[in-house]
Ligand binder design. Structure first.
Ligand code: SIN
Length: 315
């Protein structure tokens, strides 16, 4: 690794992976409590690189939650699909995903798609932390895109037009996809729908991000259905341009930590063409209610804000 590419901060090394997004962090042991200056350095790298990666961190569920809690309040595993039994903050992301709230019924989704986590909630988690446990020998990479640089690369007139727009985010299967009964039941019982600005002001950096979570954003308010679809197609194609993205090859013990206020990511679908298993676990951290450039906050249409796991009564 070239020394010029690596940035040393408080004894840890941050190695950028692409022009606009993604850095690997070396020199920390995530199984133990971190020094305050290491928490600050990781947080600074997260704000700059949007997603940071660690290697060879063989965390237990408890260590995963303890690491996460140094950066915010862990939420329940997933507000709609539940959590790993006995670990209320952990969400299981496996190739054959099960709805833990429905006695292990399959949630198998033959679709995948670019998205930002849980944007159907009025306060989507500000960050997600995913760790790899069973990793296929090839295939199964995850990609992230930088929504701030995507916004900045739009023309000024288009930025001006979308700055005042708002979109409806809903937790449903994409048009044309068929969901399992467990998926439909979970989504019906815990319906989540919110209106968010199309451009979100990052609460820590003040940057504007193109807040268009492709899988959950269904329509743009005040536009005709045809205008809404045409504009969404343009913006979705734009945010996933390869030059705004980074692609991560998982290993057992890899951890990815990303900022949901400025990124979208793509879960792999190639794993369904391979016989190998894939098992990861995720925590998410309580987020605030997004604000647009005009200062207008997001609004919940259905469902409650996502709270800290510790504050949620389980039923
Ligand atoms: C996720 O969408 O949080 C999971 C990404 C992955 O499975 O790689």
């Amino acid at each position: 690794m070239s020394a010029a590419r690596a940035i040393n901060t408080n004894g840890i090394k941050v190695v950028p992976l692409s022009a606009h997004i993604g850095a690997e962090i070396h020199g920390v042991d995530l199984t133990r409590p971190l020094a305050a200056e290491h928490v600050a350095a990781i947080r600074a790298a997260l704000l700059k690189w949007r997603v940071v990666f660690f290697r060879e961190q063989f965390l237990t569920h408890e260590q995963h939650v303890a690491f996460s809690a140094q950066f915010g309040k862990p939420t329940l595993g997933h507000p709609v699909f539940g959590h790993v039994e006995g670990h209320r903050e952990i969400y299981s992301i496996s190739k054959f995903r099960k709805a833990t709230r429905f006695e292990g019924q399959p949630l198998l989704r033959p679709w995948t798609g670019w998205h930002t986590d849980v944007t159907a909630a009025v306060n989507p988690p500000f960050a997600s932390i995913l760790r790899g446990v069973t990793i296929p020998p090839y295939g199964g990479d995850t990609q992230w895109t930088n929504l701030v640089v995507a916004y900045e690369k739009l023309s000024a007139p288009l930025r001006g037009f979308i700055d005042g727009l708002r979109g409806i985010h809903r937790f449903t299967a994409p048009v044309g996809a068929s969901a399992t009964d467990a998926f439909e039941q979970a989504v019906k019982e815990r319906s989540l729908v919110s209106e968010h600005p199309l451009v979100r002001v990052h609460p820590e950096t003040g940057e504007r991000a193109l807040y268009v979570s492709p899988s959950f954003l269904k329509s743009i308010v005040c536009l005709t259905p045809r205008e809404s679809q045409a504009l969404l197609d343009l913006l979705w194609e734009h945010v996933t341009r390869p030059e705004f993205t980074v692609r991560f090859k998982w290993e057992k013990g890899s951890v990815a930590f990303w900022d949901n206020r400025s990124t979208a990511h793509l879960a792999p679908s190639d794993i369904f063409d391979l016989e190998f298993d894939r098992q990861l676990y995720r925590t998410t951290l309580v987020g605030d209610i997004p604000l647009g450039p005009d200062g207008r906050a997001s609004v919940a249409i259905e469902g409650s804000p996502v709270d800290a796991a510790a504050a949620v009564e389980l039923n």
